[in-house]
Design a protein around this ligand. Structure first.
Ligand SMILES: Cc1cc2nc3c(=O)[nH]c(=O)nc-3n(C[C@H](O)[C@H](O)[C@H](O)COP(=O)(O)O)c2cc1C
Length: 208
């Protein structure tokens, strides 16, 4: 057993098991997530390493389902408009990515095409002028998703969340102009158990 600075006990084998168990979940039950659990997930994100310890992250948390659904539809519209710019063929391909379902089409996707019916959406932003921030936010996000899994929650990183910046509702988030959205993470109690998508194994290069 090891103890971290928040005095939480962690065992290595548990950590590795959680890494393997985490899946991108795209179907959720209606069960809301307690605010304390959301804060615990964000606390784990704060423990991530960051370049020069700048901790560039800010977390904007949405728990209002109506707002999440409206935002989801507006983001889908904004993203599609962006995709159409370079051409219809690319737009159709990208729309396929947007409608990214692990278990086929389901009704929730009509109501919430981007956030998959999750009860919590966390937008993670960072200063626009921090060149390391995308890496820092990646580390922070993975910490959050692993912490969520170990607390019995499911998550999915949603890159499409960044299109929130092109929506009219974006002002509701009150993100300062000096920051930009790098990723969103949805959190909730999953209503599916996706298979592990295949992992490539031909990418280790030992140089002896
Ligand atoms: C940076 C990033 C952006 C992603 N964006 C989306 C997204 O917009 N919508 C979505 O449904 N999944 C998204 N995903 C989830 C990936 O599709 C998923 O992680 C991948 O298929 C592997 O599945 P796994 O997470 O279950 O191992 C994203 C993942 C990452 C890391």
């Amino acid at each position: 057993m090891e103890t971290d600075t928040l005095n939480k006990s962690v065992s290595l084998s548990e950590t590795i098991r959680t890494i393997y168990q985490r899946r991108a979940v795209r179907k959720y039950t209606d069960r809301p997530v307690d605010r304390e659990l959301i804060e615990e997930v964000i606390d784990a994100g704060r423990m991530a390493p960051s370049a020069i310890n700048h901790q560039p992250w800010q977390f904007y948390v949405l728990t209002d389902r109506k707002l999440i659904h409206s935002l989801s539809k507006e983001i889908a519209g904004t993203a599609l408009k962006e995709f159409v710019k370079p051409g219809l063929k690319g737009a159709i391909k990208q729309a396929g990515h947007l409608l990214h379902f692990s278990d086929g089409f389901h009704f929730q996707a009509l109501k919430d095409p981007v956030f998959h019916g999750a009860p919590v959406v966390i937008f993670i932003t960072a200063p626009r002028d921090n060149e390391w921030a995308p890496l820092d936010i990646g580390m922070c996000s993975q910490n959050m998703m692993l912490a969520a899994r170990s607390l019995g929650l499911d998550t999915c990183p949603v890159g499409f969340g960044k299109f929130v910046e092109g929506t009219e509702m974006f002002t509701k988030l009150r993100v300062p102009a000096s920051e930009h959205v790098l990723l969103s993470i949805i959190v909730g109690y999953g209503d599916e158990h996706p298979e592990l998508p295949e992992r490539a194994k031909n990418n280790i290069h030992f140089i002896d």
